[in-house]
Design a protein around this ligand. Structure first.
Ligand code: LMR
Length: 398
């Protein structure tokens, strides 16, 4: 009966975690998965989250089902962060927002909605993109194609090729975009480039779907949302999936949101109803604990301010690690250019290492990166950076 079931080869990112855990190398370093570790190599519990947890736990309360769309305060927290608390589009009630099971849950609900209501739409993702983008949209029976994005030879964006590709897309095709901290390359568009991309999207009547999982890790909370807010100002319809996994360090709580910006309040109400129904058909309602943490931190002024400071401290430490790694590598491998490390943003750097070099780092040094050469810079610290730089220099020079 099950003999025709195909083997699952495992996930190229999550699969590395179990490999890493089983590795007995005492010097092992996990630079695979996109997780922030602090200077001591530990995943932090943010102070603002600790305070929220204390409020939730005192007294311990019953756990009713949440509404299908999640807590109102969680949804408002997503909206204020993405669009700006005073945004006209929010006052006009033109945004349908639901709380979701992480960013992946937001993408899944969005993909199901698109497949139901725009069945002819194809989805274009950047080449390369986060692998799960492709898996989620294909899993919702949507044809996924790629638009040119990254040039490995020059470590820069293939902007003209990207624009040419956008111009060839059909009305209502979905364009999946990373507003900041592109995953996996770390290479973002400039604001002038965003303006041009959005002009082409508007002219072609395409549907932008912006996936923002690293807000606050690029420049700052508002600048990182530039593309989202510009699209809204231009009157575009827009899907936004957001995640609190990284910027609240709440990976396992699975907290995120899906927002759909609509031309009118009436359309937003109908879209909201259909998103809610989509949730009911897949998982009924989101889990409550993480939703309460988001609600408390996002809607308490003092905690919110503390949170922003904590995110910026993580951002700054990553930037410092980028500069340090660049300096050490330039010294050790003088004939190569490593300035890509500080030109890229967010948690990831596309190192350009070959799959064989990545495998050597794992096998000989216990250093784990994704086979496409993506390194999670947030796993570097003062204790391991020389070890990593030496290992990279060794595999690059052999
Ligand atoms: C990553 O890109 O490493 C993270 O978003 C974790 C994941 O689910 O892949």
């Amino acid at each position: 009966m099950f003999d025709r079931i195909e083997h699952y080869a495992g996930d190229p990112i999550l699969g590395l975690v179990s490999q890493f855990v089983a590795d007995e190398n005492p010097n092992k370093v996990n630079l695979g998965i996109g997780v922030y570790y602090d200077e001591d190599g530990k995943m932090p519990v943010l102070e603002c989250v600790k305070t929220a947890e204390e409020r939730i736990a005192d007294p311990i309360k019953p756990r009713p089902y949440l509404p299908m769309q999640g807590l109102a305060g969680h949804r408002k927290g997503c909206q204020d962060l993405l669009f700006g608390a005073d945004a006209a589009v929010l006052q006009e009630e033109r945004v349908a927002t639901i709380a979701t099971i992480g960013g992946s849950g937001a993408l899944k609900v969005g993909a199901e909605f698109i497949n139901q209501w725009f069945p002819d739409a194809e989805c274009y993702v950047s080449d390369p993109t986060w692998g799960n983008h492709i898996a989620i949209f294909e899993g919702s029976n949507i044809t996924v194609k790629k638009y040119p994005y990254y040039d490995k030879a020059t470590n820069s964006v293939r902007f003209d090729d990207m624009i040419a590709c956008l111009k060839g897309m059909n009305k209502n095709d979905v364009v999946l975009l990373h507003p900041c901290c592109h995953n996996p390359t770390g290479m973002d568009l400039t604001q002038a480039q965003w303006d041009e991309v959005l002009d082409v999207i508007k002219a072609g009547e395409l549907i932008p779907f912006m996936d923002i999982a690293y807000q606050g890790f690029g420049e700052d909370m508002d600048t990182d949302a530039y593309a989202i807010r510009k699209a809204v100002d231009m009157g575009l319809p827009l899907f936004v999936s957001n995640s609190f996994s990284k910027n609240l360090s709440l990976y396992g709580e699975r907290v995120g949101g899906l927002s759909v910006v609509c031309p009118t309040k009436e359309e937003a109400e109908r879209v909201f109803g259909q998103l809610t129904f989509t949730v009911r058909r897949i998982y009924s309602s989101p889990p409550s604990h993480g939703g309460h943490v988001v609600d408390i931190v996002m809607n308490d002024d003092a905690l919110h301010e503390q949170w922003v400071g904590e995110v910026y401290a993580m951002r700054d430490r990553i930037k410092a690690m980028r500069s340090k790694l660049q300096a050490v590598l330039e010294e050790k491998v003088p004939n190569q250019n490593f300035d890509y490390l500080t030109r890229q943003n967010g948690m990831f750097s596309f190192t350009g290492l070959t799959p064989e070099q990545v495998e050597r780092l794992r096998a000989e040094y216990g250093i784990y990166m994704v086979s496409n050469s993506r390194m999670c810079v947030a796993g570097l610290n003062s204790d391991n950076i020389d070890y990593i730089a030496n290992a990279m220099a060794a595999v690059l020079q052999d």
